[in-house]
Design a protein around this ligand. Structure first.
Ligand SMILES: [Zn+2]
Length: 224
């Protein structure tokens, strides 16, 4: 993918996350420059204010290679996940309300509706209460993520890592949707979570690229 398209996808994803109530003043989406240990990263400002011409370039050691602004302070999340996971092409870190509530209840995502099944029972939990502002904490976050694509940071937010910006954006939206349903179900009674057998049935129906592409088509059309 061309760098310009990559930058445009970061801008679009950032604006979607803001418009959908996933991020207000804080949060960030990044993309690896394909085949390198460098990545495109927003400056220290709201996702709503990200533009192609204010994006920065950093590397996995935390060095800023280009751009005039300062990076968001939690860039170590992105840097060290890219370092640990050569397969990851995009990372999102945001503080979505229902995910934060769920983490506070000692829970993680437990699928109870179709789109939520995309997470299976693989959403990891990072327990320490801190912003991720050092290399060491970035490494700890990457270790907790392991070979998975999603994690809750208790009392803080979520990290999503996947194959491209569009997929990462949609997975982030779906994660907050799943957390929202789960919190509401827990408030009303005893949720009937999908069993492992049920997940085997529904997962292939919702996890494909054509499903997330359709979601991206819709959400991106709302911010153009
Ligand atoms: Zn944060």
């Amino acid at each position: 993918m061309e760098i310009e398209q990559l930058k445009q996808d970061i801008v679009t994803a950032s604006h979607i996350l803001h418009q959908q109530g996933i991020a207000a003043a804080f949060g960030h989406v990044s993309a690896r420059i394909p085949g390198t240990d460098t990545f495109i990263f927003p400056p220290r400002m709201s996702p709503a204010l990200v533009r192609q011409d204010n994006l920065l370039t950093l590397d996995v050691e935390g060095e800023q290679l280009s751009g005039d602004g300062r990076p968001n302070t939690e860039f170590w999340i992105h840097a060290r996940i890219y370092k640990a996971r050569p397969d990851v092409q995009s990372v999102c870190h945001v503080h979505p309300p229902s995910c934060v509530v769920l983490g506070s209840l000692g829970e993680t995502i437990r699928p109870l509706h179709a789109s939520g099944a995309v997470f299976k029972n693989n959403v990891q939990v990072f327990d320490p209460i801190t912003l991720i502002r050092t290399r060491e904490l970035g490494d700890a976050v990457a270790k907790t993520l392991g070979q998975h694509g999603t994690m809750l940071l208790r009392g803080h937010g979520v990290n999503v890592a996947d194959k491209d910006v569009r997929r990462v954006c949609v997975m982030t939206l779906w994660m907050e949707e799943a957390a929202n349903y789960q919190v509401r179900a827990m408030s009303a009674g005893k949720p009937r979570y999908f069993t492992p057998e049920e997940l085997e049935i529904i997962y292939p129906q919702v996890s494909g690229e054509e499903v997330s592409n359709r979601a991206w088509e819709y959400f991106s059309s709302r911010v153009e």
